[in-house]
Design a protein around this ligand. Structure first.
Ligand code: SF4
Length: 158
C-alpha cells in the first residue's frame, strides 16, 4: 500500500506559525491514518524554524528569497525544510502528497504573494515545488476527491 505525505497541521499538529493547526476531518484521511499510510511532515519545522514563529512569505522565486514581514531572511530554513521533506518522501516511497493550501511551504498551486496582505499568486510553496520537481503529485485539502481517485488508480495499477 502506497504511503501518502501530509502536512502535519492538516492532521491537527500545532505546528503553524501561530502555534495552531488546520485539522481537517475527512473519512478518507481517517481511513488512511488507521492503515498507517500517512507520513506527517512540517517543512518549516524540519527546516529548523520554531513554533510559534513570525509568518513568512516568498518574496522572489528566481533567485528564491523568503522573508518574514520584518524582513528577516528565512530562505535557508525554507530550503532546508523542503530538502528534508523530499528526503522523507523518498524514504517512504510515497505516491503523492496532501499539503496545506496557500502556505509558502506547502501550497501546491496558489501561495501568498509576498506583500503580507492576503493576496494570492499562482505559484507553489517552496516544499511543494520541490516535491513536484521530484515527480511527486501534490494535492491540497480542497482536492481530496481528486486525491482519492489518484490513490485508487495507483492501487488498481499495482
Ligand atoms: Fe502546516 Fe506546512 Fe505550515 Fe507546517 S509549513 S504549519 S505543515 S502549512
Amino acid at each position: 500500500m502506497d504511503k501518502i505525505l501530509i502536512s502535519a497541521c492538516l492532521l491537527g499538529a500545532n505546528v503553524r506559525y501561530d502555534g495552531r493547526h488546520n485539522l481537517i476531518e475527512h473519512p478518507a484521511l481517517q481511513h488512511w491514518k488507521q492503515q498507517g499510510r500517512l507520513v506527517m511532515v512540517c517543512p518549516e519545522s524540519l527546516g529548523g524554524l520554531p513554533t510559534p514563529r513570525p509568518p513568512a512569505e516568498v518574496q522572489s522565486r528566481f533567485p528564491i528569497f523568503v522573508s518574514t514581514r520584518d524582513g528577516e531572511d528565512v530562505t535557508d530554513q525554507f530550503l532546508s525544510g523542503a530538502e528534508a521533506v523530499v528526503k522523507i518522501a523518498k524514504q517512504h516511497n510515497v505516491c503523492c502528497a496532501i499539503m496545506k493550501s496557500h502556505s509558502p511551504s506547502c501550497g501546491n498551486t496558489f501561495t501568498y504573494d509576498g506583500s503580507f496582505s492576503g493576496v494570492l499568486t499562482e505559484a507553489p510553496g517552496v516544499a511543494a515545488a520541490e516535491l513536484i520537481r521530484h515527480g511527486i503529485p501534490v494535492f491540497n485539502e480542497h482536492q481530496i476527491d481528486q486525491l482519492i481517485r489518484f490513490v485508487e488508480a495507483q492501487t488498481e495499477a499495482a
